[in-house]
Design a protein around this ligand. Structure first.
Ligand SMILES: Cc1cc2nc3c(=O)[nH]c(=O)nc-3n(C[C@H](O)[C@H](O)[C@H](O)COP(=O)(O)OP(=O)(O)OC[C@H]3O[C@@H](n4cnc5c(N)ncnc54)[C@H](O)[C@@H]3O)c2cc1C
Length: 460
């Protein structure tokens, strides 16, 4: 435990990736951290009802893994011991704008692991800390406050399915990590505070997911393909290797395959329609891998209506002793695989804020979290606005950046330096400014001129 432990008691509502990482952060500063979760915790590796996304492909970006490893040293090894796969950059392929990005050789390895195994292992490590405990199967109903509502002092909760079992816990700090359906805006309004402004981008993404047995000959041993949607259909998909279900045979692995589209375009929930959809993606490599593979799960649908950002950092007044965290602040279009990494980076930001004490904690934390969210939010929103049916303001900047990104992706089909720069930025390893460095811009234009001339030559 950190020497600076001066605060007594913190509560985190929600024990998904966001809540678990927030709790880990607080454990260095509070004598007791209590996580309250409405689900019963399953065994590690098993799904649970309140995070339905855990049945779908979940990629953990390099920055997210690095942060999680920093909080729980050795966790990567623990996960690979259970069959999770450390994948080198040459084993993952990205199909964008009509072609694969050039293979790159980067030190950053990706951890390919199912969402339930990752969450279960983080939970196990967190709850092994002496000053952290969890209350499961309990639903938080609302906040306790001082008489003048200037400070949150705890929560009211009930055991699920026992509505007359209401209890309270007092705390110096309460953190809402209840995800995108967070009640914080309503709770704040009830206490007489303004609600945060909300930004929404309606994408109406529909996913269909199925697991398959992975055979050594599949994709020549490579571990992942991401197919990004492009005009005219904007359909995309992902296939990622992950651990098998049988913990006795850690070398056994499976594929998790999610395919989908925008604005309600969904892969059918039956085998032949699902395969047809996979075949209709801009490349058929996912289809060829799964068409004869053995399915290991049913076909599972998911609908994601909109990316949603709540601007807590703009509120002038906010109760002391209260924070909002993770997807409850910002929930991204899942196609970009950013949510868990953002939660991990917010957890680091929270520690940095607590280093400076608890005065004005909410204002300082929301400002820091907003900085964490800015880049992935802009990246996701700009990219979604390429799809003509997605509604939103296409400013000159949006159109210019999307035009430039498509040129960059085309050039990166041939150019490893550009592919590396692009993937570093999308993995949050480098800032977006890397992509507009003069040397990069020069390569983008040179490659595109060369590409254009080659196309003209072949067409004459
Ligand atoms: C289909 C899909 C695919 C995704 N893929 C990726 C990916 O590839 N990579 C990535 O990084 N991210 C991905 N994400 C996002 C990622 O799942 C989230 O960012 C991540 O789970 C962090 O969210 P969270 O913990 O803040 O909220 P959530 O995961 O929504 O968890 C909220 C928790 O709060 C609990 N809770 C809610 N209300 C109460 C209450 N009143 N009392 C007690 N408990 C309560 C819930 O039971 C739940 O456990 C994906 C999301 C979706 C929807």
């Amino acid at each position: 435990m950190n020497n600076q432990t001066t605060q007594r008691n913190a509560i985190v509502i929600g024990a998904s990736i966001g809540g678990l990482l927030a709790a880990r952060s607080l454990a260095d500063y509070y004598q007791q951290v209590t996580v309250i979760e409405r689900d019963v915790f399953p065994s590690p590796g098993e799904n649970r009802p309140s995070v339905p996304q855990d049945r779908h492909a979940h990629g953990l970006l390099f920055k997210g893994r690095e942060a999680i490893e920093q909080f729980f040293p050795g966790i990567t090894q623990e996960l690979t011991n259970q069959g999770a796969i450390l994948s080198h950059s040459q084993e993952a392929h990205f199909f964008m704008n009509g072609g694969y990005l050039h293979e790159i050789n980067h030190d950053a390895t990706a951890l390919l692991v199912s969402r339930p195994l990752l969450e279960g292992q983080i939970r196990q490590r967190l709850l092994a800390l002496p000053n952290v405990k969890a209350i499961e199967n309990c639903y938080v109903l609302g906040l306790l406050t001082t008489k003048d509502n200037s400070r949150v002092t705890g929560v009211r909760f009930v055991q699920r399915h026992h509505s007359n079992s209401e209890s309270i816990i007092n705390a110096d700090l309460v953190v809402d990590a209840t995800g995108r359906n967070s009640k914080s805006p309503a709770w704040l309004a009830n206490l007489g505070y303004e609600q945060p402004e909300e930004e929404r981008v309606n994408v109406d993404i529909s996913y269909t997911t199925r697991a398959y047995r992975r055979q050594p000959e599949h994709l020549q041993g490579d571990t992942a393909i991401l197919v990004s949607g492009s005009a005219p259909s904007w359909r995309g998909g992902i296939i990622i290797a992950q651990e098998g279900k049988n913990q006795e045979i850690p070398q056994e692995s499976r594929w998790i395959v999610s395919v989908g589209g925008y604005m309600g375009d969904r892969a059918p929930l039956e085998e032949s329609g699902f395969l047809e959809f996979a075949k209709s993606l801009p490349t058929q490599d996912i289809y060829h891998t799964i068409k004869d593979a053995e399915p290991l799960s049913e076909l599972i649908p998911y609908k994601f209506p909109c990316s949603l950002r709540r601007r807590y950092e703009k509120l002038k007044k906010f109760p002391a002793g209260y924070l909002v965290f993770g997807d409850a602040i910002c929930s991204f279009n899942p196609l970009y695989g950013q949510g868990m990494t953002v939660a991990a980076l917010e957890a680091i930001a929270l520690q940095n804020c607590l280093d400076g004490g608890t005065d004005n904690l909410s204002q300082r934390f929301f400002a820091a979290a907003s900085k964490v969210v800015d880049v992935p939010w802009v990246t996701a929103v700009f990219n979604d606005l390429r799809v003509p049916q997605v509604q939103g303001k296409r400013s000159l900047m949006v159109r210019l950046m999307n035009w430039y990104t498509s040129k960059l992706q085309t050039a990166a089909h041939q150019d490893p330096v550009l592919a590396m720069a692009f993937l570093e930025v999308t993995n949050m390893i480098s800032p977006p400014s890397k992509l507009i460095h003069p040397g990069i811009i020069f390569r983008v234009f040179l490659r595109n001129i060369w590409h254009q001339q080659k196309t003209q030559l072949f067409n004459t």
